[in-house]
Write a protein that binds this ligand. Structure first.
Ligand SMILES: NC(=O)C1=CN([C@@H]2O[C@H](COP(=O)(O)OP(=O)(O)OC[C@H]3O[C@@H](n4cnc5c(N)ncnc54)[C@H](O)[C@@H]3O)[C@@H](O)[C@H]2O)C=CC1
Ligand SMILES: O=C([O-])C1=[NH+]CCC1
Length: 314
């Protein structure tokens, strides 16, 4: 067995990861991540976040261990909301470091951007699968960045939508995305969400972008932005009147402005619904408040290792 000083740690690029990951497989890996988390099989402290005042950015430290899955890793991720407009760079960047559970020696370092992009959308797909009413016809996407695109792809693996609408702060960006995915660009968020069966909120807004009176009763909302305690994307009235599901109660209580500012009650973790210990209120308006969990990254990274190491050997 090699000692740390003798190890040369391989690096897997985002391009390599993109070649091997697909949404079908990731959706089932995310389902397992939620189950393992909500059955107490995961050691995962709430994310440590360092604010980078100068750039209005944040660095998040996200470790997790799941002995059942022989998986120990940490994601280090930055979210710098002005990167795109200032530098033409992605707003989320990072790496995942995978360790041997047995020896604690780092095995692989890999890009964290592609994993973040894809696993977040796969997580929302799992939430939609369990929480939305049967046969959703209309999808509304609020936001037109990286997650807007990945959510469209992930949700399209589960559903054939008759109508997809896009709203973005800048109408031109909504049009651009709508052109790519054959959707309708809307001038207002109200118009976009009208009669939608599934709504995805994927912006950096710190103020609500969707109001209770605009949404069809019984719709399902994947609320994916607003990962700070003083940011929210969803109208507090809507939060209080919906059945609210989260990825992690501990994370939601500390990090989610949508929950903290509205004082909405969390009904269940998504993992509890999958386990069957909490109901999926499909006939009611449901919100899945996603903050992102380290175990999602850890199990995604394990999948990448399995796929790429297998590919290498054959
Ligand atoms: N829950 C989770 O696991 C994850 C959540 N996120 C969050 O999802 C959101 C979207 O992420 P990406 O698509 O990667 O970012 P992005 O930078 O690619 O896209 C952001 C979108 O938000 C819009 N936007 C920015 N400021 C806005 C404002 N004040 N009002 C309305 N729209 C605004 C931009 O125009 C753009 O359409 C972010 O809040 C991000 O932190 C991202 C990764 C994981
Ligand atoms: O889970 C994650 O990686 C993130 N959640 C919000 C910003 C990044």
């Amino acid at each position: 067995m090699l000692k740390m000083a003798e190890v040369s740690i391989p690096y897997l690029s985002g391009a390599k990861i993109k070649e091997v990951l697909d949404y079908d497989e990731l959706i089932s890996v995310m389902e397992n991540a939620f189950v393992k988390y909500s059955s107490g099989k995961v050691v995962q402290p709430v994310r440590t976040v360092v604010k980078v005042e100068k750039a209005e950015g944040f660095l998040g430290l996200m470790p997790a261990l799941c002995e059942d899955e022989d998986a120990l890793a940490v994601k280090l991720v930055t979210f710098y909301q002005h990167n795109q407009e200032k530098y033409g760079l992605p707003t989320h960047n990072g790496i995942v470091v995978v360790f041997s559970v047995d020896t604690g020696i780092p095995k692989v370092i890999m890009d964290g951007e592609v994993i973040t992009t894809m696993r977040t959308a796969a997580a929302s797909a799992v939430a939609s699968k369990y929480l939305c009413a049967p046969n959703p016809r209309k999808l509304a996407i609020l936001g037109s960045g990286v997650q807007a695109r990945s959510h469209f792809k992930a949700l399209s693996t589960l559903y054939k939508f008759e109508q997809v609408t896009v709203w973005s702060r800048t109408f031109n960006n909504a049009q651009l995305l709508a052109g790519e995915i054959n959707a309708t660009a809307c001038e207002t968020a109200e118009e976009a969400v009208k009669d939608a069966d599934i709504i995805v909120t994927v912006t950096f807004s710190s103020k609500p972008i969707v109001q209770k009176t605009w949404v069809k009763p019984g719709c399902h909302i994947n609320a994916v932005g607003s990962c700070r305690p003083d940011w929210h994307e969803i109208d507090p009235e809507l939060m209080r009147s919906a059945t609210v599901y989260v990825d992690s109660r501990a994370g939601a209580e500390k990090e989610s402005g949508d929950i903290i500012l509205s004082e909405a009650k969390v009904y269940a973790e998504l993992g509890e619904v999958i386990l069957g210990t909490k109901d999926a209120n499909r006939d009611k308006t449901t919100v899945f408040k996603s903050l992102g969990m380290a175990i999602e990254d850890v199990l995604s990274a394990k999948l990448v290792c399995d796929l790429l190491l297998k590919t290498k050997k054959s």
